[in-house]
Design a protein around this ligand. Sequence first.
Ligand code: NAD
Length: 251
Amino acid sequence: QGRLEGKTILITAAAQGMGRACALACAAEGAKVIATDIDAAHLASLAQESSAIQTELLDVRDAAAVQALAARTPALDVLFNCAGIVANGTVLDCTEADWDRSFEINVKSMFQMTRAFLPAMLAHAKADGGSVSIINMASMASSIKGFANRAAYGATKAAVIGLTKSIAADFIRQGVRCNALCPGTVDTPSLRGRIASAADPVQAEKDFIARQPIGRLATVDDITPLVIYLASDESQFVTGQALLVDGGVTI
Ligand code: NAD
């Protein structure tokens, strides 16, 4: 405990899933957490779980709202761009609307968030000796590995890794680090939704488990330790990396 003492961390898509688990884990490590999402009800229940968590309604697609939040937020130590959606389909049956929506939420949001919050983080980083960190949510389904029916998703998450490396290269001498997190299949509300909407949900769950050589789905608690590490000064020499937590999928 206390590994993030004195740090302010903003997380997008923090009402559910990995974002929520990371908000709670960062607060438990002493951080002041700004948890943002479009889901007011789940944000409200999150705020009740820790006095260190402040919540803000934020749609990552809304560039003006992103700018407005940045303008009234003190300089961050850590920005965790977690928001992302999964569009189903091959390149032939992914609609143009799904393609555009995927890039808007999964990639353009990170461009907007980083442009809005990075200037203050840069000023802070110089004074602070370089412990400022950006964490971008990618996936093992990206430039790392191809999966069936994930054309738009895989393309967006590959773009996240590219953007991450570019930010890391551009700001390394200014005390800012940027890394991408690449989870395997994690048991979260959206994964449960994907399983439930399959033609055969029982088989779909078995298939999701079977693709992980370790023999089970990840839980959010398998993912939070890496986020704590990337947010903390323990990872000061780590930047521009796409870090996998995938239960052996890419062995
Ligand atoms: P989730 O999908 O269950 O929850 C996502 C949250 O995002 C919800 O609270 C939702 O309200 C919020 N959200 C949706 N659209 C938003 C928007 N426009 N602005 C702000 N918030 C919005 O959570 P999860 O499964 O932990 O996924 C989080 C991230 O992790 C995503 O980027 C996803 O692609 C990535 N990821 C998930 C898995 C997995 O197996 N679950 C694996 C690898 C990567």
